[in-house]
Design a protein around this ligand. Sequence first.
Ligand SMILES: [Fe+2]
Ligand SMILES: [Fe+2]
Length: 358
Amino acid sequence: MSEFNTKECSTSSSTIRMTKDRVSVDNKRIINNGRTTDANQLVPIKYQWAWHYYLDGCANHWMPSEVSMQRDIEQWRNPKAFTDNERHIIKRNLGFFSTAETLVGNNIVLSIYKLVDNPECRQYLLRQAFEEAIHTHAFQYIVESLSLDEGEIFNMYRETKQIYEKDEFSMSCTQGILDESVDLKTKEGKQKFLNNLVSFYVVTEGIFFYSGFVTMLSFGRQNRMPGTCEQIQYILRDESIHMNFGIELINTIIDENPESWTQEFKEYLLQRIKRAVELEVSYAQECLPQGILGLNVQLLREYVQYIADRRLEKLRLPKQYGSNNPFPWMSEVIDLRKEKNFFESRVTEYQTGGALEW
Ligand SMILES: [Fe+2]
Ligand SMILES: [Fe+2]
């Protein structure tokens, strides 16, 4: 029996034990490494995808303060630049994102990081947690630049039913995992954790963010709120990497623990995702009582259904809606290589490392 077969050795960074037994890549697992390997050694890397997502995240580094908000400030101050409905939708989206980013970061640090004890996945989780801090920073920066009422924006998730319901949908899963009785050795514990991962990576970051992305970027396509939209474009790109990492994480945990992937559990997740689609459409309805910018609730419904089907396929679950994508331009925004065609503003150089002076 390996000397790594001690709980302290793998899950705690503060306890190690002397041994000549070296980590074997074959013994690495996403969860429950305590039985087989060491959480403190990145190499040998088994999950190359996790390492590559980490490198992609680092290559996309950006900071909110690099983006000029000057034109947004001028436009926001101009009473004729936006209708009341347009101001409503912008504030609703800022209200949703400003706290949702923090919820996602908290869930990584408080629950996912604790339970995923594979080092290369943790390397990515550390990067992602920092990116969530940058995203929260971005919304703080936008709210401050536009001189919006901070209290109104940051309390919106407790005061607006449609935002509250989305956040409560995900946050209830953080609470479930914080419970010390969750045991990842059991099928029930694994399913509880998988439900948390699906609720955050697939639903929050993969569905709940998308009405906001489409509506905000529709302003950007008209050269309105260019600084805000540039930041949202970067966030969308980060989020698309987060979601892809999360789905790979979920599918690998399922492959390594096939007993957790029961028909009953698949049906449960399917119902959860369908409920999430309803919540997102209801949010879009509240944001957009009247059609603006060529958008209306029906188009947003189709879009939310279209992306939900894409997420379901990646999770190896059956598609539910069969809707077409009414906003094909969104795919171009996510694609790094097509950035220059989207905004006619400056192109940010992501690889900022060379600009540092020592
Ligand atoms: Fe984020
Ligand atoms: Fe994220």
